[in-house]
Ligand binder design. Structure first.
Ligand SMILES: C[S@@+](CC[C@H](N)C(=O)[O-])C[C@H]1O[C@@H](n2cnc3c(N)ncnc32)[C@H](O)[C@@H]1O
Length: 281
């Protein structure tokens, strides 16, 4: 990566540098990101650009009365869906500006604060933190989930998984969506150029954007096998990998995700896991 002008490319990034860059990036980009995608995200708990929602997917199980953690929640649209379903939910994110949006949306959500049967809930609690160091006591949650939050943006996802394992109760679910690993081999282009293999699936060098030599954004690739090994190493049992298909009637693109590519290659992988029994020392 050259120092100047701003460039996008691939180069190693230290874990803390990656988090520092991404915090500043999401703070700076939150308004534009939510202006573009906020209305669609507000619809519920959406797992990715294909529009698969939790109401139909049912990957978290019944959240009513459960303690639920959303990791990398952004403006916490998913957490609000959980709260509406009667879950006691904490939404955490690295970016203060994303959480500012969450607070604003929260205050304006007329339907927040009651379960479908009318019982009162306390809505979502918002917490700013790095997902690699969750400020919660061990065994605080029944369910943890993330829709494209935190996991793709850290160089050391095992730290996130280990933290999630720590704060979950025995048997607790951990469900998260990320860019499907196969997408790494294709240029991030929604059109035909995005259908020609351009990169090695096995090259884990992060994608970065830099300005005057300073990393402004970093995204990290893990192969499918890497993800499974990271999960198993941190005590999780893999129950399913959901690869949502692009709906035939979905005409819009979302960044590099598009109907043209969606017909041919998966864009999202959702890892459905639960905490296994502790391994003997
Ligand atoms: C694509 S958004 C996902 C949130 C929401 N589901 C959405 O689609 O807007 C990614 C979020 O991950 C957060 N994030 C990135 N790195 C993180 C980290 N290390 N810890 C916690 N959150 C992080 C960002 O601040 C951002 O809000």
């Amino acid at each position: 990566v050259d120092a100047d002008p701003p460039v996008a490319g691939f180069r190693p990034v230290a874990p803390d540098e990656s988090v520092r860059a991404n915090r500043a990036w999401w703070d700076a980009e939150a308004d534009d990101y939510l202006a573009e995608h906020g209305a669609e995200l507000a619809a519920g708990l959406v797992w990715g650009p294909e529009g698969l929602d939790e109401a139909s997917a049912g990957l978290l199980g019944d959240v009513t009365g459960r303690d639920v953690l959303e990791v990398g929640a952004g403006a916490a649209q998913c957490a609000r869906w959980v709260a509406r379903r009667g879950g006691r939910v904490v939404a955490c994110d690295l970016s203060a500006q994303m959480l500012r949006h969450a607070r604003r949306d929260h205050a304006g959500a007329a339907d927040l604060g009651a379960t479908p049967d009318g019982a009162a809930t306390r809505g979502a609690v918002l917490v700013q933190c790095d997902a690699r160091a969750l400020p919660f006591a061990a065994g605080s949650f029944d369910v943890a989930f993330s829709a494209y939050g935190a996991v793709p943006f850290v160089a050391d996802p095992r730290r996130v998984f280990a933290e999630v394992a720590r704060v979950l109760r025995p048997g607790g679910r951990w469900v998260f969506s990320v860019t499907h690993p196969i997408r790494w081999v294709f240029p991030d282009d929604p059109g035909p150029a995005g259908l020609t293999v351009g990169f090695s699936y096995f090259d884990r060098t992060p994608y970065v954007e830099a300005d005057a030599g300073r990393i402004r954004y970093a995204e990290h690739h893990r192969t499918l096998g890497d993800r499974v090994r990271d999960l198993v190493a941190t005590g999780f049992v893999l129950d399913d990998v959901v690869e949502p298909e692009w709906p035939a009637d979905l005409g819009r693109a979302w960044g590099g995700w598009s109907p043209q590519r969606g017909r041919l290659i998966p864009g999202t992988a959702i890892f459905v896991t639960h905490l296994g029994p502790p391994t003997p020392p």
